[in-house]
Design a protein around this ligand. Sequence first.
Ligand code: FE
Length: 335
Amino acid sequence: MLKFIFLSLLFYNYSLADELNLFTSRHYEGDNMLFNQFTDKTGIKVNVVSGKSKVLEKRILEEGEKSKADILFLADAGALYSSQSKGLFTKLDQKRYNFISKSLRNDYWVGITKRARIVFYNPNVTSVNEIKDITYENLADKKWDKAIAIRQSNNIYNQSLVASILEHNGERKTKKWLNGFVKNFARSPQGNDRAQILMVASGKAKLAVANSYYYSLMLSGIKGDKQKKAAEKVLPHFPNQNGRGTHINISGAGILKFSPNKENALKFLDFLLTEKSQLEFCNNSFEFSVLDNMKSNKIRNNLNDNFKEDHSIDVTVYGKRQKEAYVLMKKAGWN
Ligand code: FE
């Protein structure tokens, strides 16, 4: 009997030692390629569970100690903060990640890729001079009356952006800013980030606010010829270059409190943060690397990544102030 228990324990450990259960809200083809590379290198099988962040969060929470999830990999610092505040993650050893900007990590998760939420314009409609010094704050100016395309207020990228503005400018100024900004919407917010860029390409809006990588994705042709041609009419612009820098967000990951394969999870995070993996993120999902001095493939993504990034506040703040931001957005009439 004892022998049997011993053997089954051995087997149990053995089977655990070779796998990793990854819960991810990311939806980029390139990620799977990278996960396969990890398996080739380490022999650790990666079982991917995909879903929206709230759905994954709920499942992990409900399964509690029985959860088999090792890593939660989410787009947007706000989503990570939500899971953090529900106590889903275990603490990370910060020394292990000190090569990554402090503003992109905390005790529970670490930034894996970076993205910028920026402005897009059509140079045939709007001159570079008109926007070269533009700030997020300027987007509320009367000059841009009915000129801006942006998605709905329930979008987490927008909530993070407004949370950052709230942190920088305070509530009173943010309220005022939101009122002006909403008046400048070219239409009632709808569609995804790429839909906003299409609005600018077709001349229906002067400016679009969208994440940097969606533009590159359109230019790559992956989303079809129509989107590629549209993106070719549009140029990106990074706001707040003369001040605090452009709003930066992350996709990031943390190890779950009840992770059965913590060692594998640590190895996996290390792997995602190698130069080689970071380059894959740059070239496949067109995001920016969290490593300093790591430049993306400029030909493929047509984005100048030598821009000033806002690291003056931690991305964790986006999560902390997101609810507050959402209330103000709604009050201002941002649907
Ligand atoms: Fe996205």
